[in-house]
Design a protein around this ligand. Structure first.
Ligand SMILES: Cc1cc2nc3c(=O)[nH]c(=O)nc-3n(C[C@H](O)[C@H](O)[C@H](O)COP(=O)(O)OP(=O)(O)OC[C@H]3O[C@@H](n4cnc5c(N)ncnc54)[C@H](O)[C@@H]3O)c2cc1C
Length: 489
């Protein structure tokens, strides 16, 4: 009889863990509370539009490719990937826009236009970033990070200086560049890690390598195509995915989980892998004496931001709009204070617009545009309808003014999504969108642990444990946890 593994949650991490475990010969069942797999990367359809609900940036394509290759497959067996060019546009103010090209020479020329001599610095910066990316991918992210000793390897120790673990990415960028717009461009990828550049180790300039060298890609049909591919793969491997099964308890009689109880059923388990939010699993599904981290611990964590999102259908085409546009026309410093230091609704928010219909006609009716607006916000805010409405007005006015497109009277569909939705749909602690921030004190072995110290056969995966937030890290997290389960069984 194959050993039974129950995975809680069908997000990227849960699905990656499930397939990896099924490949090792275990009998795997995934229990997902929602009626669709994908977690934060679900999709919905309305009025002929198909909206991706969460991630929209496809970075680090080789992480996805390597995942499918583990199973003798390729991403192209499940979806068609294209590289965007320009990768994205940044709007700094009225008439002040920067298109970030996919081509390296064009990128260097762009830097020279903003700051004479900066292309030389960019070459140095990207060379170091490439080193960090390669070492990070090879030596760090695929480690379970149970303890500091995993990193006590001469090769890793000798690279620590070059990895710049102990200086901030902000200071490392400012040493090389003076132009504020270039600085903003280089600091932007850190937003994916959930912390401000001043608090993010310079190690994470590896994200700049991912951005500027490896490029921004898009799976035709939308980001949810990745999930559809992962579900198809998991089912090919014999994984059972049970939707609409909300786990309510992990039954642990003698320090050993024996079954998982949902609202309508019970599932026996030799091992349980928690792919739902870590805080939820510990605080809600386990008895108090089995929790490793109390509420106090979670209160002190730096959570990655939440978001206010608007999924908007427009009944006309918006010529000149790019697939990804960042609106950096207000002061990021102030917005960051309002996210991290004094959590509150921002006075002048930065925001981001994704328009996948610019690239992909399948996600909107003919002659229409599919828009996704995102404002990063402090977790834990009260997101009443009136305040959501107020912020829609703010960003709508700015979008119209800065792009020159009037859309107010062309909105044929609109839905908002914020903290309380994240809490209801994913049991997200404080309504976080991207999990736990990658600050220095929340990196690697300093994150909530992948293996429970109190329940012998309980493991955690996903964006609140190692290696961190984002789709590629969640995919990696699922693969790493599968290796850890195998060591136990
Ligand atoms: C708005 C937004 C934009 C983003 N943009 C990007 C981007 O552009 N690029 C990028 O790389 N990343 C992005 N991210 C981050 C990325 O989407 C996440 O890091 C990743 O999807 C997390 O995957 P996960 O498997 O850890 O968690 P989840 O996707 O949250 O999966 C956990 C699953 O567990 C389920 N669950 C919870 N409780 C229970 C229970 N009791 N019983 C059963 N099931 C349960 C949930 O329903 C969910 O399906 C974005 C996230 C958001 C929200």
């Amino acid at each position: 009889m194959a050993k039974k593994v129950v995975v809680i949650g069908a997000g990227f991490a849960g699905l990656a863990a499930a397939s990896s475990l099924a490949q090792k010969g275990y009998d795997v069942t995934v229990l997902e509370k929602n009626d669709q797999a994908g977690g934060r990367a679900r999709k919905f359809e309305a009025e002929g539009f198909t909206f991706d609900m969460g991630p929209s940036w496809y970075w680090m394509p080789e992480v996805f490719e390597q995942f499918f290759q583990r199973f003798g497959k390729s991403t192209s067996d499940y979806y068609d990937l294209i590289r965007l060019d320009p990768s994205y546009e940044v709007v700094f103010g009225e008439g002040e826009t920067m298109e970030v090209p996919a081509n390296r020479e064009a990128l260097f020329a762009l830097f020279e236009r903003y700051e004479t001599g900066s292309s030389k610095h960019l070459a140095k910066f990207l060379k170091e970033a490439a080193y960090k990316y390669k070492v990070g991918m090879k030596e760090f992210v695929f480690k379970p990070s149970h303890s500091i000793w995993e990193f006590a390897d001469p090769r890793i120790l000798s690279s620590l200086f070059k990895l710049e673990m102990f200086s901030s990415i902000s200071s490392s960028i400012r040493k090389l560049f003076r132009n504020e717009k270039l600085i903003q461009l280089l600091e932007f990828p850190v937003l994916f890690l959930g912390a401000r550049p001043e608090n993010t180790p310079a190690l994470y300039s590896l994200m700049n390598y991912a951005d500027l060298e490896l490029g921004t890609w898009y799976p035709m049909g939308g980001m949810h195509k990745i999930i559809e591919g992962m579900v198809a793969l998991a089912e090919e491997l014999g994984v059972k995915i049970e939707l609409g099964q909300e786990v309510q308890q992990i039954y642990v009689p003698n320090g050993h989980a024996t079954k998982v109880v949902t609202s309508s059923s019970e599932f026996e388990a030799d091992v349980v892998v928690g792919g739902a939010d870590y805080h939820h699993i510990e605080q809600k599904l386990l008895a108090p004496h089995l929790r490793q981290y109390g509420e106090n611990y979670w209160q002190k964590r730096t959570m990655a931001p939440s978001s206010l999102l608007f999924y908007v259908g427009i009944n006309k085409k918006l010529e000149g709009l790019h697939h990804h546009t960042l609106f950096f026309d207000e002061d990021f410093g102030q917005h960051a204070i309002e996210i991290y230091d004094q959590p509150q609704w921002p006075s002048k928010p930065l925001f981001y617009v994704c328009a996948p219909s610019v690239t992909d006609s399948s996600v909107a009716p003919a002659g229409c545009e599919n828009l996704f607006f995102l404002i990063p916000l402090a977790p834990g805010l009260d997101d009443q309808p009136a305040v959501r409405e107020q912020y829609f007005e703010i960003i709508l006015n700015r979008f119209e003014k800065l792009t020159g497109h009037s859309i107010r009277n062309n909105i044929v569909y609109r839905r908002s999504y914020a903290h309380s939705d994240f809490e209801r749909d994913y049991h997200a602690y404080k309504g976080n969108a991207y999990g736990l921030a990658n600050t220095l004190w929340q990196t690697a072995f300093l994150k909530p642990k992948m293996k429970s110290r109190k329940v012998k056969n309980l493991f955690y995966t996903g964006q609140l444990t190692t290696p961190g937030p984002g789709v590629p890290p969640s995919l990696i997290s699922g693969q790493v946890v599968a290796e850890e389960v195998e060591k136990l069984l």
